[in-house]
Design a protein around this ligand. Structure first.
Ligand SMILES: [Zn+2]
Length: 145
């Protein structure tokens, strides 16, 4: 599912690309998940960095994960007041979750949208959805399965 938002309606911070995460965000802009993977130890890293966070190797590459991404809520918090610029009380309560991707053995933080906070629980399954922040940029978020 893709959530289309008009550019002028997206007021929340847009993550900046840098040399470590550009491949991640370039894929996200195309509504695809790509993850950094170490070619020496074979482990994935999220967030990406200049070297493998597991073994320190600089032999890292990127691996496309596709568009059908499902994970399990590992932990979450519910925000009842906006802490970041661009968020308003209309965005609250906001469910911010750490979601574990079993196969890749990584976690990705995102908001669980389109749900009541009482419906969220550790262990529940969520699927990745994409929110278009503007015409060029998109961000992965989550929705209960
Ligand atoms: Zn490694």
């Amino acid at each position: 599912m893709t959530e289309q938002l008009k550019t002028e309606t997206y007021t929340q911070p847009i993550p900046m690309k840098n040399s470590d995460n550009a491949a991640y965000w370039d894929a996200a802009d195309q509504h695809m998940l790509t993850l950094q993977k170490c070619t020496d130890c074979g482990k994935y890293a999220q967030p990406p960095g200049p070297a493998c966070c597991h073994c320190g190797s600089q032999n890292v590459t990127w691996e496309e994960q596709g568009t059908d991404i499902v994970g399990e809520i590992y932990s979450y918090v519910i925000s009842y007041r906006p802490f970041l610029p661009g968020y308003t009380m209309e965005d609250m309560p906001l469910v911010i979750a750490v979601v574990k991707l079993e196969k890749q053995n990584i976690t990705i933080i995102g908001n669980v949208l389109h749900c009541k906070p009482d419906d969220v629980a550790i262990g529940k399954m969520v699927k990745m959805i994409w929110v278009d922040m503007n015409e060029e940029r998109a961000i992965p978020q989550w929705e209960l399965v």
